[in-house]
Design a protein around this ligand. Structure first.
Ligand SMILES: NC(=O)c1ccc[n+]([C@@H]2O[C@H](COP(=O)([O-])OP(=O)(O)OC[C@H]3O[C@@H](n4cnc5c(N)ncnc54)[C@H](O)[C@@H]3O)[C@@H](O)[C@H]2O)c1
Length: 414
């Protein structure tokens, strides 16, 4: 419990800003608040007037260093982030440093804080990291699944009516040769009908942890009627949200082969004159959405919680694109803006995945709650380029870690 005492000063400070008694305001606990999505989500909720409590153990910072990489946008320490936040906005976050997979630590935080909603982002989120070898596969399996179990039990024991908003991934579904529904589908088999969870076909140890989490959340809902939103999120790209524009308090932005997602990586390659490198044939199709829209969707889910005892699944993405389409979009936008056409050079695919396939996932539930995308992909890519050009030197230093070295079929037993 040692981190609790270190951070109790923040706790006390946070209490001064307690919003209890105001029914329109929520206390939102963000697990993984130091991450790519956690930080801008915290800014959004604070600016709306909600109280924010954060938990993080800084695993992403540590694990990114492990592969000799770092965020392209310079990220100050979390203490510095809090200080700058206070200077720029006058607002504070109650913060606990610790591991959500540690049941004692986490239960104690929940007992103290009793949030109205908990957003669970605190998981190992890199598919390649989970495929680096048995150690990383085990680490990902244990930490991710145990953290969600701890959350389930802590909510049951402390705030059984609270909303659990859990981040899963569109990658849970894999790429079946039929349409993908939002979580459940009608099925008829041997003359009988039912409404069942859609079969999952994840493609990495990381993606399987999310499937196991979803199963555990569904079961927790059946057992204890917890309110749960399980978000199947597409790949997120971008450097900005409206609160980042207002405050200049950037989130992290990873571009290496382990931690960088496709579009972010392609933009970084074009920025420093490297070829854009789609894997294999490039027909792999995925759902994508901007950081701004990802935060908007999560905020919308928080403002429209599930009914008592409801488990619901949202597919959260805007459009689906093949990796080939993304690469040529990045190429075109760069060429138009900077009068130089980056080369596209396909590299052997380090992953085991279908390179051409059918893909048609549904995504209607968030739209029904009022979600509309805020920007076109092309416009967002222009903004990413503008931001990345400021950090060209930092990207140059990371050139060696962009190209794939984690070969999934060779994942070693060590
Ligand atoms: N970024 C994407 O494109 C994307 C897409 C689909 C789903 N997701 C999911 O969204 C969530 C957040 O993603 P992100 O991109 O912000 O990841 P991130 O790695 O940038 O952020 C996760 C944060 O959680 C912290 N963390 C990890 N394990 C923890 C633990 N056991 N205890 C306490 N803190 C812990 C990390 O230190 C980090 O700050 C993840 O669950 C990820 O799987 C992300």
């Amino acid at each position: 419990m040692k981190h609790l005492s270190i951070f109790s000063i923040f706790w006390l400070f946070g209490k001064l800003f307690s919003l209890k008694g105001n029914p329109d305001k929520m206390k939102v606990m963000i697990l993984g608040i130091d991450g790519y999505i956690g930080w801008p989500l915290a800014l959004r909720e604070l600016m709306k007037g909600n109280e924010v409590v954060g938990v993080d153990n800084f695993f992403t910072r540590k694990r990114v260093k492990e592969v000799n990489s770092e965020s392209v946008t310079p990220i100050p320490s979390f203490q510095q982030r809090l200080k700058k936040l206070k200077e720029k906005t006058g607002k504070s976050i109650t913060f606990y440093r610790g591991d959500v997979a540690d049941p004692k630590f986490f239960l104690e935080v929940m007992r103290r804080e009793k949030p109205d909603a908990i957003v669970h982002l605190a998981e190992q989120r890199s598919a390649p990291y989970s495929m680096r070898g048995l150690r990383q596969a085990t680490d990902t399996m244990v930490k991710n699944i145990v953290s969600t179990l701890n959350l389930i039990y802590a909510v049951k024991d402390t705030v059984p009516n609270a909303h659990i908003l859990k981040l899963g991934t569109m990658g849970e579904y894999g790429t079946p040769n039929i349409d993908i529904p939002e979580g459940f589908f009608d099925i008829e088999y041997n003359g009988r009908k039912d409404f069942l969870p859609f079969p999952k076909q994840a493609g990495s140890w990381y993606h399987w942890t999310k499937v196991h989490d979803s199963n555990n959340l569904m079961f927790a809902n059946r057992l204890w009627k917890l309110r749960i939103t399980d978000v199947m999120q597409g790949v997120v790209y971008g450097t900005r949200t409206k609160e980042i524009d207002q405050t200049g308090l950037f989130s992290r932005f990873d571009i290496d082969e382990v931690w960088g997602t496709a579009l972010n990586r392609f933009c970084a390659q074009a920025t420093v004159g490297l070829p854009i490198t789609p894997y294999g044939k490039g027909g792999q199709t995925r759902g994508f959405l901007s950081l701004e829209d990802s935060i908007t969707c999560l905020d919308l889910a928080l403002s429209n919680p599930p009914k008592e005892g409801e488990y619901r699944v949202f597919n959260q993405f805007d459009e689906h694109y093949s990796v080939r389409e993304l690469a040529s979009m990045v190429q075109q936008v760069y060429a138009e803006a900077y009068k130089k056409t980056p080369e596209i050079r396909s590299v052997p695919n380090p992953r085991l995945e279908a390179e051409e396939h059918y893909y048609n996932p549904a995504h209607e539930k968030l739209a029904k709650l009022g979600y509309r995308r805020s920007k076109e992909l092309r416009d967002e890519v222009k903004i990413i380029f503008r931001d990345l050009r400021t950090y060209r030197r930092r990207i140059e230093k990371l050139k060696e870690v962009i190209n794939p070295r984690t070969i999934w079929k060779d994942s070693p037993t060590k």
